[in-house]
Design a protein around this ligand. Structure first.
Ligand code: GLP
Length: 271
C-alpha cells in the first residue's frame, strides 16, 4: 500500500471547494462490513498477523479504547497457537491523557494490561508517550524522531471517538501535523470517563497527528456497536474535513474501515 511521504497534504481541499459552492461526489473509505464485533476483531487480528508475517519487526500502533480489547485477546490466542510471532514486533503510542493524577488507568497502562504484558513484549520494544515529561514539546519531538528513524509506522489501528476523533485528534485539528498536545473536546472528556474507576480530570491529550496517519503503511479503523452509528453516518456523508477527523480514512490508499453491522446500520445502503 502506498505511503504519503513528504510534500503538502490534501488538507481538506474538498471542504474549501464545497464552501465555494462545488458539488462533489461523496467518496467512501475502503470498508469491510462484518456481521458482529467478533468479526471485526478477528479480521483486525488477521491483518496484524499478516503484517508481522511479512515484516517480523514491524512498528505497530494500537489505540487504547474498548473497541480493540477483543482484538488483543485474539492476538494472545494466536500467539499461544504459534500462529503469530511478536518477538521482534515494536510498538509506539497513539495517544495519551495529559495531567492525570493517577497513571494506573492511562492509555499506556490500558495497553500494558490488554496487549503488551499478555504478549510478553519487552520494554525495549515499546516507545510510549510520557505525559508527565516536563517539556511536552520535546516529548512530541522524541516520538516523531523515533517514528521517522524507524521508517514510519507499518500498521496503525484506530478507534473512532463519539465526535469523530481518531487518536484524540479532535475536530478542528490540522490534517498536516505530527505529534502534539491538544485540549480535549467536551465529548471526549465526558465519554473518556468510562476508562476510569473514579471521575478523572481530563483536559489535554498528547498524540500522533493526522500526518502520521497519512504516513503509515496501513491504517485500520475499527468500529463496533450501535452507539457509533450516528458518527459513522456523518463520516460517510461528509467530504474529508478536519471537522470530522475520521474522514481522513477516505484519503488513505492504505486505509480500511472494519465495521460491524450495528455501527453500520445507517450506511448499509452505501456499502
Ligand atoms: C479514546 C481513545 C482512542 C480510542 C477512541 C475510541 O478517546 N483515546 O485511542 O480509539 O477514543 O474509544 P472506544 O474504542 O473506547 O470507543
Amino acid at each position: 500500500m502506498a505511503k504519503h511521504r513528504g510534500g503538502p497534504l490534501p488538507n481538506c481541499m474538498e471542504k474549501v471547494a464545497e464552501d465555494l459552492g462545488a458539488k462533489l461526489p461523496l467518496r467512501f473509505p475502503k470498508t469491510a462490513l462484518m456481521e458482529d464485533a467478533a468479526g471485526v476483531s478477528l479480521k483486525t487480528a488477521e491483518i496484524v498477523r499478516e503484517t508481522l508475517r511479512q515484516k517480523p519487526d514491524a512498528l505497530l500502533c494500537f489505540p487504547a479504547g474498548s473497541t480493540v480489547t477483543e482484538t488483543c485477546r485474539i492476538l494472545k490466542e494466536m500467539q499461544q497457537r504459534n500462529e503469530i510471532d511478536f518477538s521482534q514486533a515494536r510498538f509506539v503510542s497513539l495517544d495519551e491523557w495529559v495531567g492525570l493524577e493517577n497513571a494506573d488507568e492511562n492509555c499506556s497502562a490500558f495497553l500494558r494490561k490488554h496487549l503488551y504484558e499478555p504478549l510478553g513484549i519487552p520494554e525495549k520494544h515499546l516507545t510510549l508517550f510520557d505525559p508527565y515529561a516536563a517539556d511536552l514539546t520535546a516529548e512530541c519531538k522524541r516520538i516523531d524522531t523515533y517514528i521517522t528513524s524507524q521508517g514510519g509506522i507499518d500498521l496503525m489501528i484506530l478507534g473512532i471517538g463519539m465526535n469523530g476523533h481518531v487518536g484524540l485528534n479532535e475536530p478542528g485539528e490540522s490534517f498536516d501535523s505530527c505529534s502534539k498536545v491538544v485540549t480535549l473536546a467536551e465529548t471526549t472528556k465526558q465519554v473518556g470517563q468510562k476508562y476510569f474507576s473514579a471521575p478523572a480530570d481530563l483536559n489535554r491529550g498528547i498524540m500522533l497527528g493526522v500526518r502520521q496517519i497519512f504516513e503509515a503503511e496501513k491504517v485500520v479503523l475499527q468500529v463496533i456497536g450501535e452507539a457509533k452509528k450516528d458518527i459513522i453516518y456523518a463520516m460517510y456523508h461528509a467530504q474529508p474535513t478536519k471537522e470530522l477527523p475520521a474522514t481522513v480514512m477516505t484519503l488513505l490508499s492504505g486505509g480500511l474501515v472494519i465495521i460491524d453491522r450495528a455501527a453500520a446500520s445507517r450506511i448499509l445502503d452505501l456499502l
